[in-house]
Structure formats: structure tokens, C-alpha cells
Design a binder for this molecule. Structure first.
Ligand code: SF4
Length: 192
């Protein structure tokens, strides 16, 4: 079993600027970008440290996949969630996916409530929406309590554990032993 910590690589994270992502895929799901990058500067991550936020573009589909590395650094995230919750297309509500999920260190019970009201969940590769939340367990096993606490905020407002995902990052900072420990803990939280 590999347990020694490996040396970090040097990563160039700044990306050239490009227009806000906004398109409809061949399943009819609209993809929009609400933020780009992340302010946390984790040494193992490619996220651009020049954090940017975008306004909500015109929503034209009832299923919308939101991309962007760390939506929780958007200073207007609460207002945006509220606005997303109110948008209708063809008189029907909109269901959103949040692929990169929520930063477990910044979520609050209020954010979970607003996300639930805005129907922020998961959209799978067939374009189906599920009431699950995505979180990433980025750091070591000492984050277990915080990850569990964040997950519970979402479960308490009606998200399903077995439709939720917690990503485990595999890199030189986290040993395989720690990853396997996280895997068992995530299963014990009711995630599949
Ligand atoms: S918090 Fe996540 S997105 Fe942000 S730098 Fe760290 S790994 Fe990347």
C-alpha cells in the first residue's frame, strides 16, 4: 500500500480569458457558467486563482447545468440562488445541476435551504435530474466532521443521501490509506 507523501508538481493555474460558457447540449440541457476559478489555492488544483463571477444569463431550458469551480466564493450567491429559484421557462420551473458542488467549509443551513428552493441537484448523463448534493472532501481525514456537518445541512432540507456525491481527491497530499478511510466513511453516511 502506497503511504508516503509525494512531492508536489508546479502548476500554472492562470487561464487566458474567454467568454462566459452558455450553450445548449444535444440532450437539451443548457450549460451556464456562474463563476470561474477558486480563491483557496490548493496546491494540487488547476482552478484559476483569478476568481471571476458572472451574472445569470438568460435561461432558455428547464434543465440547466451550472459549471464553475467554487460557487461559494461568489459574494452574491444567496441572491443568485433566490433568483434561480424564481426563473420559469414556458411557465415551468427550472431544475439545475451543480457539477462541482458546494465547498463544505462555506455552506450554511441557509445556503442549503436556498439551494433546495432553487432545485439545485444533480443532472446525470441522460439529462435526468436528482435531488442530490455534491460536495468534495478535499483535505485530510481531519475534515470528516465538517464534511458530515455540511452534508447534514442538505439532508435536513430534503436532499437524498443516496443521490448525493462526495468527491475524494487523489493527489500527493492524501495517501491511499486516507482515501480508503474516507471511502468507508462516505458509505457510512448513506451515499452510494
Ligand atoms: S477548494 Fe477545490 S476548487 Fe478550490 S482550489 Fe481547492 S480543490 Fe480547487
Amino acid at each position: 500500500m502506497i503511504q508516503q507523501r509525494l512531492k508536489p508538481l508546479s502548476i500554472k493555474r492562470e487561464r487566458p480569458d474567454y467568454p462566459q460558457v452558455n450553450y445548449v447540449d444535444d440532450r437539451g440541457v443548457q450549460w451556464i457558467e456562474l463563476n470561474r476559478g477558486c480563491k483557496r489555492l490548493c496546491r494540487f488544483c488547476w482552478a484559476d486563482p483569478n476568481y471571476k463571477v458572472f451574472d445569470i444569463p438568460r435561461i432558455i431550458r428547464n434543465k440547466v447545468q451550472i459549471i464553475g469551480e467554487n460557487v461559494m466564493f461568489d459574494p452574491n450567491i444567496e441572491k443568485k440562488l433566490k433568483k434561480l429559484s424564481e426563473i420559469k421557462v414556458n411557465n415551468k420551473v427550472v431544475y439545475y445541476g451543480l457539477g462541482n458542488g458546494f465547498d463544505y467549509r462555506r455552506v450554511t443551513p441557509e445556503i442549503a435551504k436556498l439551494a433546495r428552493a432553487a432545485r439545485i441537484g444533480n443532472i446525470n448523463n441522460k439529462g435526468n435530474w436528482y435531488k442530490g448534493v455534491n460536495l468534495a472532501w478535499d483535505l485530510g481525514i481531519n475534515q470528516e466532521y465538517k464534511v458530515k456537518k455540511a452534508l447534514n445541512y442538505f439532508l435536513n432540507v430534503g436532499y437524498y443521501a443516496n443521490r448525493s456525491k462526495i468527491f475524494i481527491l487523489v493527489n500527493w497530499e492524501i495517501t491511499l490509506k486516507e482515501c480508503l478511510y474516507k471511502f468507508e466513511k462516505i458509505k457510512a453516511m448513506g451515499l452510494r
